[in-house]
Structure formats: structure tokens, C-alpha cells
Write a protein that binds this ligand. Structure first.
Ligand SMILES: Cc1cc2nc3c(=O)[nH]c(=O)nc-3n(C[C@H](O)[C@H](O)[C@H](O)COP(=O)(O)OP(=O)(O)OC[C@H]3O[C@@H](n4cnc5c(N)ncnc54)[C@H](O)[C@@H]3O)c2cc1C
Length: 400
């Protein structure tokens, strides 16, 4: 049914369904989780997903109609920041490559936020060059046995499930011997250790995997085809990081502009000009993100998401730096440096110093700026690729 455009509901029908949901589950008197579950069952979670999986096979653009109606009625939100990796990265990959049983099992608790997800991709020695990864998956009957180490794993300490890539054939060139799995973070072989970052928080972790058993039923895609599956995740990651829907002045620029308005004594002519430039850049980035989302309606996310993520990182760093400068000595104060393990990243809820330090990670997480520039050069501009001498060499023979 999802592929049958003739049966896909239009805006009027979605509005009607949304009003029915609100009438049957009034937000004021319905438990938050119960409401979100009912919303998923009504196909109003992500309307472009198939029937039975939280959607109605409707055009993706019509989600806005549902969201606006729900927001106006004070309905609870599923807090995409907390479950960002699940929603932004795991879900589209599960949808495209998971078996029916996998989709049925995982998508609802993921969307509702009852199960948090993390992403076990990066390793010491396999970050930008992710395909060099060395975590091994060896087949044993109906299971795979996983051994290795991952690093920089955001939310691993609160995650119930992980998307994981591991090497299944070291004799093949690096991109071809990788397979993609869903990993149970409660398995006794999974050890999560906090990594403290520049902000003082431990938002991410090292994850050690020792004889972790993953059923073959939790494999996504074919054996050895994990790199292709991972591309779906990574393209969605960039869109998800760079293309979040925000209102005008909703991001870091809102905080800087608010300080500007409230504190006339801090203003200088030079800062004024720079703030205006950044305000315009932030608005351009916001509207570009909107266009990217509309483009998504037509199909898969393209490499343009990489350009969006690049712009987002640069802008966040420029705005947070300007805010610290604007505040002068006050900008150097730092609230609290005790190590906490937050459930979510709060870009705008804390002080300017936190924003400045946390924005440093924006040009590393989800692909570094240098590597995204390479992607834009090759896939958007069609420039010649970087020379590579490891394309046809077995992974086990690569220098490490
Ligand atoms: C806040 C944060 C959260 C993260 N969360 C997760 C997570 O949840 N899950 C996960 O799996 N990973 C996560 N990461 C890891 C992140 O994806 C990697 O750090 C990133 O891909 C870079 O890899 P690396 O750290 O190994 O650096 P390297 O790849 O070693 O790069 C070092 C430097 O060399 C440059 N470089 C490398 N190759 C090239 C090239 N070909 N051309 C030009 N320059 C190049 C890089 O741009 C960079 O400046 C997170 C990172 C951060 C900072």
C-alpha cells in the first residue's frame, strides 16, 4: 500500500485523522507515552512510512500538516534530540534493509522513544577512513560472534540497541568485507566506558565488544554489503545533523541575538556588523535546510546533505565564538565542569562557554569538514577523486 500513490492520503485526510487521534486521546488527560503509541498506530508518526510501521505511505511533505495540528493542540513531542540517532540514522536504515520482523520489532519503540539507539561505527584507527574498521564478526551457527572496540559512541550509556558495522571477510578489499548488524547493548559482552570531552561532560563512550552474539536475523542487508548499508545511514546522518527543522532564530543565532538585544552596553560597531552577517548566514542555512527536506520528498538524501552539514558546523562555530567575544570577560566563565553523562546534547539551554566548546565537535562528528569537502568535490562538483591505492588490496594486507 505504501507504494500505491492512488491510495496515499492527502492533506485533508491527514488532518481528519489527526483530529480523530486528538479526540480519542486528549493530550491533557492522556499519558505521554500512551499518546505517542496511539499516534504511531494511527500512522501519524512519520506519515511517509508504510502502513503498520507508523505511517500511511503519504508524501513526506505532509508531515508538517500533522505536526502543526498536534502542536496547536498541545500534544506531546517524541523529543527527537534524545532519540536523534534512532530517528535520524537507525530508522531509515532499518526501513530500507531490515526484514519485516526487524521493522515490526524495532520501529515503534524507536519512534516513541522507549528504546534509545546508538551508532557503533567509529574505531580507533577507523574514523574518516571508516571502511578500515577492524571489529570482527565471525559466523557461528545462527549467530555472529563480535569482537572489537568502538569509540566516540554518543548515547551508548543510555542506548538499548545499536547499529553496528563489523568485518566479516578480511580477505576482501576493505569496502567489500563489511556487514551491518543490530547489536543488543544489554548483552554481557558489551562494556561501555565514559569518555570525557572538552565540555567536561561524557556524552560519548568507548565500547568494548567481547564475544557478543548477534543472531543472523539481526543482520541488515547481505553479508559483505555493509558498506552500502552504512552509506544510507551516513547520508541520513548528515541530513539529520545539518537539516533539523528549526524556527527563525531557533538555533545558536537566537541566543547571540537575544544577548545583543538585552545588553546594549556590550555592543560595538564591529560586532554589530559581524552579528548581522551571521544572522543572514543562519537564515540562509535554515532555508537551505528547508529546501533539502523538500528535496527528500522526492527520494533518497543526496550528497547535498554533506554540504548542509558543512555549513551548519562552520556557522555554529562562528556564532558561538562571536557570542563569547560579545560577552567579554563574562564569556570566559564556565558554569560547571563536573563530569556528567547527559541523556542529550543541549546546544541552546546552557551558557555561551558551553556552546563555544561543544560547537568544536560539530566539524568532527558525522564526518569531518575536510572529508565532507572531499565528498562535495567528488559527488556534487564531479571533480577527480583523491588517489587511492587501497581499493583492490585485501583488508588483512593493508598497512595499519
Ligand atoms: C561529538 C562527537 C560525537 C560522535 N559520535 C559518534 C557516534 O555516536 N558513533 C560513531 O560511530 N562515531 C561518533 N563520532 C566519531 C566521528 O564520526 C569521528 O570522530 C570522525 O568521523 C573523524 O574520525 P577520527 O576522529 O578517527 O579522525 P581521523 O579520521 O583520524 O581524522 C583526523 C584529521 O584528518 C583529516 N582527514 C582524514 N582523512 C582525510 C582526507 N582523506 N582528506 C583530508 N583530510 C582528512 C580529518 O578531517 C581530521 O581533521 C563522534 C565524534 C564527535 C566529535
Amino acid at each position: 500500500m505504501s507504494g500505491d500513490k492512488a491510495l496515499a492520503p492527502d492533506a485533508a485526510e491527514l488532518l481528519d485523522r489527526t483530529r480523530r487521534l486528538l479526540a480519542e486521546h486528549p493530550p491533557a488527560t492522556t499519558d505521554r507515552t500512551d499518546f505517542l503509541r496511539a499516534r504511531f498506530d494511527a500512522g501519524l508518526a512519520w506519515v511517509h512510512y508504510p502502513v503498520g510501521l507508523g505511517g500511511l505511505g503519504a508524501p513526506r511533505s505532509l508531515q508538517a500538516v500533522v505536526d502543526a495540528e498536534l502542536a496547536a493542540a498541545g500534544a506531546p513531542d517524541n523529543d527527537p534530540r534524545r532519540i536523534g540517532i534512532g530517528l535520524g540514522m537507525a530508522a531509515p536504515t532499518l526501513l530500507e534493509f531490515g526484514s519485516d520482523a526487524v521493522k515490526e520489532r524495532f520501529l515503534k519503540p524507536l519512534w516513541v522513544g522507549e528504546e534509545v539507539w546508538c551508532q557503533l561505527f567509529s574505531e580507533p584507527g577507523a574514523g574518516s577512513d571508516l571502511a578500515a574498521l577492524g571489529t570482527r564478526a565471525v559466523r557461528d551457527g545462527e549467530d555472529w560472534v563480535i569482537n572489537g572496540q568502538k569509540v566516540w559512541t554518543s548515547s551508548a550509556h543510555v542506548a538499548r540497541w545499536a547499529i553496528l558495522i563489523a568485518r566479516t571477510d578480511p580477505d576482501l578489499p576493505k569496502h567489500r568485507g563489511i556487514t551491518y548488524f543490530v547489536c543488543d547493548m544489554t548483552d554481557p559482552g558489551v562494556e561501555v566506558r565514559p569518555l570525557r570531552q572538552i565540555t567536561g561532560e561524557a556524552e560519548f563512550n568507548e565500547v568494548f565488544l567481547t564475544n557478543v552474539r548477534i543472531p543472523d536475523a539481526h543482520r541488515l542487508g547481505e553479508v559483505g554489503d555493509g558498506w552500502r548499508v552504512a552509506q544510507t545511514t551516513l547520508m541520513n546522518e548528515r541530513v539529520s545533523i545539518g537539516g533539523a527543522r528549526i524556527p527563525r532564530e531557533g538555533g545558536m543565532i537566537g541566543k547571540a541575538a537575544a544577548t545583543w538585544r538585552a545588553r546594549p552596553e556590550l555592543r560595538t560597531h564591529d560586532l554589530h556588523r559581524r552579528l548581522l552577517d551571521l544572522w543572514v548566514d543562519a537564515e540562509v542555512a535554515r532555508l537551505t535546510g528547508e529546501r533539502l527536506r523538500q528535496q527528500l520528498v522526492a527520494g533518497q538524501p543526496g550528497p547535498e546533505g554533506s554540504a548542509m552539514k558543512l555549513g551548519f558546523a562552520r556557522l555554529n562555530q562562528a556564532i558561538s565564538a562571536l557570542e563569547v567575544e560579545l560577552l567579554g570577560d563574562e564569556g570566559l566563565l564556565y558554569g560547571d565542569w563536573t563530569m556528567v553523562r547527559p541523556d542529550l546534547v543541549d546546544f541552546t539551554g546552557r551558557d555561551a562557554g558551553y556552546r563555544y566548546l561543544r560547537a568544536k565537535g560539530n566539524s568532527i562528528e558525522g564526518g569531518t569538514t575536510e572529508v565532507l569537502l572531499n565528498i562535495v568535490a567528488e559527488r556534487v562538483l564531479g571533480l577527480p577523486p583523491e588517489p587511492r591505492n587501497d581499493k583492490d588490496v585485501a583488508w588483512k594486507d593493508l598497512a595499519r
